[in-house]
Design a protein around this ligand. Structure first.
Ligand code: FAQ
Length: 316
């Protein structure tokens, strides 16, 4: 490392330690930049692929009110994808490059969206559990060191809060409808509980990205601490609804005042994140097809932009 770079890095680390925000034109170490590109683009892909499991139920929502709410939620996820892709672009990566990484399987997206949505109760479960987990992770990261990501997350979290309440309302309504509705919720809970715990990533000891990310305050808390926060909050909500957490090893530790769970099936997690989960192929195929079918829109947008550029140049 040249002396000059070493000095810049020292100054950068000092800025981070003092809680300053890093902005796109500031100097940053290459690895800080590449970690952010990876993290933010994966998050953007998660929002876009995350539209698919819920999109599946728009035509089958049980009432007009539910259909409107679900449509609005899925549109919000598209909006989150756009803020996040824009935020990643500030680091010098183009949208086309990010899409290429998604479509070739080079970039990851959240494991949770590779599970099917088999029942209407799953729409409640996604709001309650998946948005609930996303909020815990993202409200913490909203205080991260990179300005454009932190600002995008502030807005995203406000909308995710709405999404969570929408999901909880679906669940409360199904439970209040009687035994059949409650059984539908329990069945969905049984399928979503473990995959939701996997959203927080591997244990800290097996998380290769955490040391750099925490040193640079991209991540402010480890995967295990955030997962535990989610478990403690959610187990009590499940109990209040009379639901059973599908984990025979679940027990309350009086000393730590928190809930201990059985072990996550890491073989399943590894299979899902390496492309072999229940819906990986289907999700990517839908996404690639949508991208191909949208080629004419991108072409028209480019032609429109070029025409306007030419006419403003002529006017000058
Ligand atoms: N799924 O070293 P770590 C949402 C990968 S948005 C897939 O611990 P890191 C909104 C990881 O990438 C949900 N891959 O990684 C919504 C790495 O592989 P790589 C998405 C995972 O980055 C709601 C390897 O394993 N949220 O839900 C997963 O330090 C409803 C080693 O892991 C975000 O993206 C996983 N679960 O920590 C939308 C938030 N976990 O890249 C629609 C931002 C780990 O080296 C409907 N992301 N991997 O090849 C994060 O906070 C972090 O990326 C973690 C992982 C915590 C997910």
């Amino acid at each position: 490392m040249s002396e000059n770079i070493a000095m810049m890095e020292e100054q950068f680390n000092r800025r981070i330690a003092e809680g300053e925000t890093i902005e796109p034109n500031d100097w940053m170490p290459d690895k800080y930049r590449s970690q952010l590109k990876r993290l933010i683009s994966q998050h953007a892909h998660s929002e876009i692929i995350g539209m698919l499991p819920e999109g599946n139920w728009i035509t089958r929502a049980p009432s007009l009110r539910r259909k409107l709410a679900l449509l609005a939620k899925v549109q919000d996820e598209a909006g989150h994808g756009h803020y996040l892709y824009s935020s990643a672009e500030t680091l010098g990566i183009s949208r086309e490059e990010m899409f290429g990484q998604l479509h070739t399987g080079k970039a990851k997206y959240s494991s949770i969206f590779n599970y099917p949505t088999l029942a209407w109760a799953d729409m409640g479960m996604i709001g309650w559990l998946v948005d609930g987990a996303a909020i815990i992770n993202q409200t913490t990261m909203a205080k991260c060191s990179y300005g454009p990501y932190s600002r995008a997350l502030l807005r995203i979290c406000k909308e995710e809060n709405f999404h969570k309440k929408q999901g909880m309302e679906i669940i409360a309504t199904l439970i209040a409808s009687g035994e059949q509705g409650k059984a539908m919720v329990q069945e969905s809970f049984n399928r979503f509980w473990w995959p939701t715990l996997m959203m927080f990533g591997p244990h800290d000891a097996n998380s290769p990205n955490s040391p750099d990310m925490m040193k640079w305050k991209i991540k402010l808390k480890g995967n295990d601490e955030l997962r535990q926060r989610f478990i403690d909050m959610t187990v009590e909500q499940a109990q209040a609804w009379g639901l059973t957490v599908p984990d025979p090893k679940l027990r309350f530790n009086e000393q730590t005042r928190s809930w201990e769970t059985g072990e996550i099936d890491w073989n399943e997690f590894n299979a899902v994140i390496s492309g072999n989960g229940p819906c990986n192929h289907e999700r990517l195929n839908v996404r690639r097809t949508a991208h191909d079918q949208g080629a004419w829109v991108r072409e028209a947008a480019r032609a429109y932009e070029a025409k306007h550029r030419r006419s403003s140049e002529t006017a000058e």
